[in-house]
Design a protein around this ligand. Sequence first.
Ligand code: HEM
Ligand code: HEM
Length: 199
Amino acid sequence: MPESKPYQPLLFRLLHGLNAAIGLLAIVTAFLVYNTYDGRFGKIPLPRIADIIGIHGTFGKLLILGIMPAFALYSFHAGQKRLVQPNSFEKLAQVGKPIWWYSLHQIVNTLMLLSLTFSIASGSMVKEEWLPAGELTRVWYYLHLTGWAVLVSCLAIHLLMSAKVGGLPLILSVFDSKFRPEDSPAAWWQKIRSLFDRS
Ligand code: HEM
Ligand code: HEM
């Protein structure tokens, strides 16, 4: 692989990919739940899927109980340079320069983690029985609906920012399946140990 192509660590690709895939499935099934039981802000004629709430809850649980914490832990440690930096807001003074876009990209990456946390936290307060019983005015349900809108908006900006700072090669690098020998799973244990050795 030529060196000029962006390269993403394998662990980042696995965790980010899993998180994005299950996150997108949660977003899509969430819309289907809303479309089936609510529809106050607009509705699309779609076939009813039995137990769509259960399916959505399962993707949600997968995110809460493993995928999201693992990815967040990775992002805070090994992926820290891709998140908001102490001087990110200073850099935002240089409007339109590449560093401005890159700082915005780091801020939006961080917002992805925050908005996903808000959605999964509010979702865990929504009871499965509410929507089938027509209880559509519960506060946690409204917060959870808001979380969807915020997450989808952040995701759209996340994609635009990724395209702006790195174009298609950066976006493709996140899904690439090739990896360098020094990045193979066999070398991970050594890396995890060295993380603890440093502290
Ligand atoms: C239109 C927007 C949404 C609607 C109508 C909706 C609906 C629901 C309902 C009815 C529940 C309760 C089901 C249960 O407890 O098993 C729930 C739970 C949950 N939702 Fe959503 N949701 C929406 C958006 C999202 C988004 C964007 C995410 C995250 C990506 C998400 C993640 C979760 C999680 C983590 C749970 C808790 C699962 C559990 O603890 O069992 N939801 N949602
Ligand atoms: C719910 C879905 C998603 C979430 C929560 C999410 C979250 C994140 C986070 C937190 C980072 C920074 C990670 C770090 O600090 O190591 C990141 C980076 C990135 N994501 Fe996503 N993402 C999602 C979906 C996507 C999708 C669908 C794409 C592309 C189609 C994408 C493309 C990228 C790119 C290109 C980077 C930057 C890599 C770099 O700067 O080197 N993301 N994402």
